[in-house]
Design a protein around this ligand. Sequence first.
Ligand SMILES: NC(=O)C1=CN([C@@H]2O[C@H](COP(=O)(O)OP(=O)(O)OC[C@H]3O[C@@H](n4cnc5c(N)ncnc54)[C@H](O)[C@@H]3O)[C@@H](O)[C@H]2O)[C@H](O)CC1
Ligand SMILES: [K+]
Length: 522
Amino acid sequence: MRPLATAASMAAMDKDTMENFGLPGRILMETAGRESARIISDNFPLRKKSVLVLCGTGNNGGDGWVAARYLLGWGWDIHVLLAGPPEKLSPESRINKTLYEKAGGRVFMAEDAAALKGPEQALFRADLFVDALFGIGLDRPVQGFYAGLMERVKESGGAVVSLDIPSGIHADTGAIQGKALKASHTITFGFAKPGLLLEPGRSHSGKIHVVDIGIPEVISQKYPPRVEQVTKKWAAAQLPKRSAASHKGHFGHLLLVAGAPATRGAAVLAATGALRSGCGLISLAVPETSLPLPGILPEIMVQGLKGDGKGFSSQATENLLPLLAGKSLAAAGPGMGTGKTAAAMLRILLESPLPLVLDADALNLLAQHGDLMDLLSCKKEACVLTPHPGEMARLCGMSVQAVQEDRIRAARDFAMEKDCHLLLKGAATITATPQGLCRIITEGNPGMATGGSGDVLCGIIAGLMAQGKPADTAAPLGAFLHGMAADHLAEKQGPQGYLPSEVAAVLPEIFKSITTGSAWKS
Ligand SMILES: NC(=O)C1=CN([C@@H]2O[C@H](COP(=O)(O)OP(=O)(O)OC[C@H]3O[C@@H](n4cnc5c(N)ncnc54)[C@H](O)[C@@H]3O)[C@@H](O)[C@H]2O)[C@H](O)CC1
Ligand SMILES: [K+]
């Protein structure tokens, strides 16, 4: 896993490093600025082109002054625009502004829009802008003068390199605070921030470079990350292992309850996802009125329970009970329907001793029936819920917009409050444990936004749990494998139009590429 740091934990680590470890802030800033200059120099062969460094009044601006001084010394055509009142300069920024000027650097001051109408206009013809306006200190929406400044940068069409965070992007959520710059590179200090990986922050960050500014392990280990990014290396280490003596009994038996007649394809896709993840045995329980199931693989054992034109009928609950025996876990929801019987069947599963994966209609039933939600909270065995933002909004009684504004908080709060595991789909996928540990999965692409994709993911996660993977591993690992398979198809076939069933079908190749480290990007 790649540890991520929120703005608060980053500021605390900085402070702890300066005050207790004894590494002065000026040295941290000097390192941040010099490393930024080196990365800029390595990535922009513009030596003789013009560069405008935009410095805010805080320490993000301080990094900008240091970077400007090094680039100046290496022969770059540098100007710095101090955006904001000089009297507000932070101490370290003030010192580094002075050093930059002593080194012969050119400074322009601007505190309001009028200042940008004079000769400074020429500055905006720069080929490259270094964005040192705001970092983790952004604490309110960007507006007025700063918004106008950002507009000028956008209109210029010049490339942007952001220091620490693209200015205007919230470090923890990736939300745009009023207005934000869009960078082709972001050079971030100490640790990557969640906001660089979550949309829209992710598409504003460009290539992310994480710079070690000298915060020692003895300090950073005092701030265990509450958010991590799933890496290919971690996924490879988590894949279920198989010995030569393995047999299907070693890889679990999943009971999947799904597939009302009108949505029986969802059951087929979820079962296929589970099978392709390596699950040993799969019993698929659908209403008998959904049979025969189109495209069902022969490896899936299909049970027809009592049903009618709409879905499971009342006797289906009696049919379900004997199916629980001998199963490793149950998954429910894909195309299951949300009628009275479906609710009764979900109750049986919640009251059973089986771990659960709940998706789609099972989530809508939880949102509609408070007593089922209570059973979820009291259930001792692991439960993984896999909502998309709309289902999450219904589960939490929030608007979709509120969920999307802070996806990590929404996922973490629900998981901790309901004592369950939660996977919030979207770009990027978030998983949260009952202890509040969150993971971000950046694999995946917009081509996955099609009916059936979530059914396959539900099956993959259930299949991994059937093989003995604990829920806090199966959810992020399943999302990683699913996203990587979709990325492979987007690369091979095209950005959209590939099928969820094809995503399931390439999983064996993904397992191979992860374990043998083949060329595929992680
Ligand atoms: N702390 C350290 O030792 C290091 C920090 N590094 C860099 O410092 C920034 C964080 O600096 P900070 O001074 O806390 O805040 P910012 O520079 O990010 O913010 C600037 C300043 O702007 C004001 N402000 C916030 N939002 C707005 C707004 N919307 N409009 C106008 N003004 C706004 C706010 O009051 C802030 O004071 C960190 O990101 C790093 O880049 C070094 O990297 C290393 C050590
Ligand atoms: K910035």
